[in-house]
Ligand binder design. Structure first.
Ligand SMILES: Cc1cc2nc3c(=O)[nH]c(=O)nc-3n(C[C@H](O)[C@H](O)[C@H](O)COP(=O)(O)OP(=O)(O)OC[C@H]3O[C@@H](n4cnc5c(N)ncnc54)[C@H](O)[C@@H]3O)c2cc1C
Length: 455
């Protein structure tokens, strides 16, 4: 079967890869000149990489890890110590760690929380555990049901201490969804926590050893073309054209460089677009169907990824860090965490600015100076004194609409990979699967779309 797939993010590439495995011929059509969508990366004039987002992989990503195995690139995942590290705003330049011992789940995670005395008092730990108890005992059904509440509302209902909210959940919800606990659906952090509590290495983090475009998307693309599939960059889906029975007749593609528009015909069609461009492409007859109407309620959330190259080493920590800054979310010194970006003498910090709604339209100069002001608090020794560190260069990547905004009620709007249209399928991390708006979610959605087509 010939299958046209619009979008070469991880969902589109995974769908194509698994279609190849099932003996079909995928034709992947990507609007941009780079693979990867939200994991896309570029090289600057010095050959240094900069990325759409700082990305980490978790032990609790079974489909992604399986994909690495199938592509024979497992050694590209650089696994870090099993620990979560938070900056301590009240003690600038210091860190608080949740070290997860190498014993079975969920005792390992529970012990890491019990042993941390910087961020939580014993009373707070007990209240925290009590508040989480229903999620642990009643499992994912309970967690899904909590989508009607924001995280903050849920915490209040559970009587969880205000300090627990501010210290841990702000950091977690900003890291998972780029919005704060007052906006995020309670289902999101509870889902993540449930996964971490179920698997011994679920919360263990890995960095890729280089840029996702080169080190992950390219091997996927090579696999697809070696198995008879096609990948076309600079190929934008312009319109989904229909047969009289409202099934898909063809994809109308936008002609580039003065060329005429052209059509792609196939036996089945997949949208692996992110949800915002997809919504604009629904043909008129489909808009009346409840399935597609629901999707129009989803929208991408803004986020900004910042890269700063310094003239010296600011830290030797080889791990993801939770900044606990009001401006920033997670960050990492990529000169320590990533083999291809390694530098023994200079730091390259990659930082996620979130929530970014108030910043997305601001100038790079404004974003840079606000970020540097935050870094003075995180690295007081390097930014103050007689010999402060010098910023050598920077790159800022703004994404006005990234993963779907996981506000309360959004679970009900997330579509399945099969649609009411018999030859049209959806893939993308916004579609319904258990891993939210993540790389694992994107790969799983692509795999599920491929399975649906192949059966
Ligand atoms: C800053 C940031 C940090 C993140 N950190 C993590 C992390 O640490 N761990 C994690 O698991 N996840 C993380 N994510 C989320 C993860 O990147 C996404 O969930 C995942 O990459 C989404 O993949 P996708 O294929 O569903 O969508 P996308 O990557 O959005 O792919 C959609 C593709 O469709 C293409 N397209 C759009 N319109 C058209 C058209 N008309 N015709 C053809 N093609 C079109 C786009 O160009 C794009 O390539 C992060 C995301 C961001 C932005």
């Amino acid at each position: 079967m010939r299958v046209a797939i619009a979008g070469a993010g991880l969902a589109g590439l995974a769908c194509a890869k698994y279609l190849c495995d099932a003996g079909h011929t995928p034709i992947v059509l990507e609007r941009r000149d780079v693979l990867g969508g939200l994991v896309a990366a570029w090289q600057d004039e010095d050959g240094d990489w900069y990325e759409t987002g700082l990305h980490v992989f978790f032990g609790a990503y079974p489909n992604m890890l399986q994909l690495f195995k199938e592509l024979d690139i497992e050694e590209r995942l650089q696994w870090k110590e099993h620990t979560l590290i938070f900056n301590q705003p009240e003690k600038p330049g210091t860190y608080s760690r949740f070290d997860v011992p190498d014993i079975p789940a969920p005792i390992n995670v529970i012990l890491s929380i019990l042993r941390n005395n910087d961020m939580l008092s014993w009373e707070q730990k007990l209240r925290f555990a009590w508040g989480l108890w229903p999620a642990i005992v009643r499992g994912q059904d309970y967690v899904e049901n909590m989508d009607k509440y924001s995280l903050l509302e849920w915490l209040e209902r559970q009587g969880v201490d205000e300090r627990v909210n501010s210290d841990i959940f702000i950091a977690a919800s900003k890291a998972l969804t780029f919005i704060g606990p007052e906006e995020v659906s309670a289902t999101v952090p509870l889902t993540a926590l449930n996964r971490f509590l179920q698997e011994r290495y679920g919360s263990k983090v890995a960095f890729l050893d280089g840029s996702p475009t080169e080190r992950l998307c390219q091997p996927m693309a090579d696999y697809i073309t070696e198995h008879g599939g096609e990948i076309h960059l600079n190929s934008a889906l312009k319109e989904i054209q229909l047969n009289p029975d409202h099934t898909v007749r063809n994809f109308l593609m936008r002609g580039t460089e003065g060329q005429a528009d052209y059509t792609i015909e196939a036996d089945a069609y997949v949208s692996a677009l992110s949800v915002d461009p997809l919504k604009t492409l629904f043909p008129e007859p489909w808009r009346k169907l409840e399935f597609f109407e629901k999707v129009t309620h989803l929208e991408g959330v803004p986020v900004i990824n910042i890269h700063l190259w310094f003239d010296r080493k600011l830290t030797d920590i080889d791990q993801l860090l939770f900044s606990r800054s009001p401006l920033l979310s997670v960050y990492a010194d990529m000169s320590n965490t990533c083999r291809e970006y390694a530098d023994p003498d200079r730091s390259m910090l990659e930082l996620v600015l979130a929530p970014a709604a108030d910043w997305i339209s601001k100038s790079e100069a404004d974003i840079l100076s606000a970020t540097l002001a935050e870094l003075e608090k995180l690295f007081p020794d390097d930014f103050g004194g007689d010999n402060p560190t010098q910023l050598l260069k920077h790159k800022i990547v703004k994404t006005p609409r990234s993963v779907y905004k996981a506000v309360p009620g959004s679970q009900a709007y997330r579509p399945t990979q099969t649609t009411p249209i018999s030859n049209f399928y959806l893939a993308g991390s916004y579609t319904m699967q258990e891993f939210l708006g993540s790389m694992e979610g994107a790969v799983l959605s692509g795999k599920r779309a491929a399975e649906a087509i192949a059966t």
